[in-house]
Write a protein that binds this ligand. Structure first.
Ligand SMILES: N[C@@H](CCC(=O)N[C@@H](CS)C(=O)NCC(=O)O)C(=O)O
Length: 227
């Protein structure tokens, strides 16, 4: 019995957290079913004293942090297809996860913060604004007003991704790996929030994103998108 606590919007069907999407995809990769439990900023405390989602509860074992959850799934469900490949590959995948956390997602965030707050319950909007504006160093609205510049910065940040995906179907090679799920989480965050198309149709990243959306019978494609 697996429970996955994941971020929900004020509309509980809207699931836009990039970190939670990593785990949704990783569970599907291992053909595991989980009960999805929506959690919203300010909701009751998460299991195990965790303060961020995703949190996985697997037969009573509580694991917080998306990378720790992915490693747990890899180790406990070792018989399923590997998320990381061999031991050396895990370090490479973790580099891509770290690139997503520190370069890709921060490049996209100025384009998204003003969208996210529309889906935060009114009582929690002050908390969201204060913490995220501190991170941005400006207001959510000023960041959104710089969309043209932020878009070009984000597209430039994707250069290493573009370079690999020009030759490979997935970051994992012929099959997707956890590296693909980590990077894809950022694109699914953008997509579920209903933000405008970011990628040119001839960008290899665009073709890869389409392949990712089709995986697992369109798991990500079918997710509710903000109106
Ligand atoms: N390092 C964590 C980061 C997770 C994270 O930041 N989650 C956000 C949602 S996308 C969160 O729960 N934020 C709670 C808050 O800001 O209060 C992971 O990889 O799981």
């Amino acid at each position: 019995m697996i429970d996955l606590y994941e971020l929900a919007g004020a509309d509980p069907a809207l699931r836009f957290s990039p970190y939670c999407w990593r785990i949704r995809m990783a569970l599907a990769h291992k053909s595991l079913n989980a009960k999805l439990i929506g959690w919203h900023y300010g909701d009751k405390r998460l299991p195990g004293g965790n303060t961020t989602v995703p949190v996985l509860v697997d037969d009573g074992q509580v694991i917080g942090d998306s990378t720790a959850i992915a490693i747990h799934l890899e180790q406990k469900y070792a018989e399923g297809p590997s998320l990381f490949g061999d031991e050396g590959s895990m370090a490479h995948v973790r580099f891509i996860v770290a690139w997503t956390d520190t370069i890709l997602q921060p490049a996209l965030f100025p384009l998204l913060g003003a969208e996210v707050i529309k889906h935060v319950k009114p009582a929690q909007q002050g908390y969201y604004r204060q913490t995220r504006e501190q991170r941005l160093g400006t207001t959510l609205e000023k960041a959104a007003a710089g969309a043209v510049q932020h878009t070009s910065t984000a597209l430039a940040a994707m250069a290493p991704l573009r370079s690999v995906l020009a030759d490979e179907d997935f970051l994992g090679g012929v099959e997707p790996s956890y590296a693909d799920y980590a990077v894809f989480g950022a694109f699914q965050w953008y997509r579920v929030l209903g933000a405008p198309e970011l990628l040119n149709a001839d960008d290899p990243v665009h073709a890869w994103r389409e392949r990712m959306l089709e995986l697992f019978d369109g798991l990500a494609l079918e997710a509710k998108v903000a109106a």
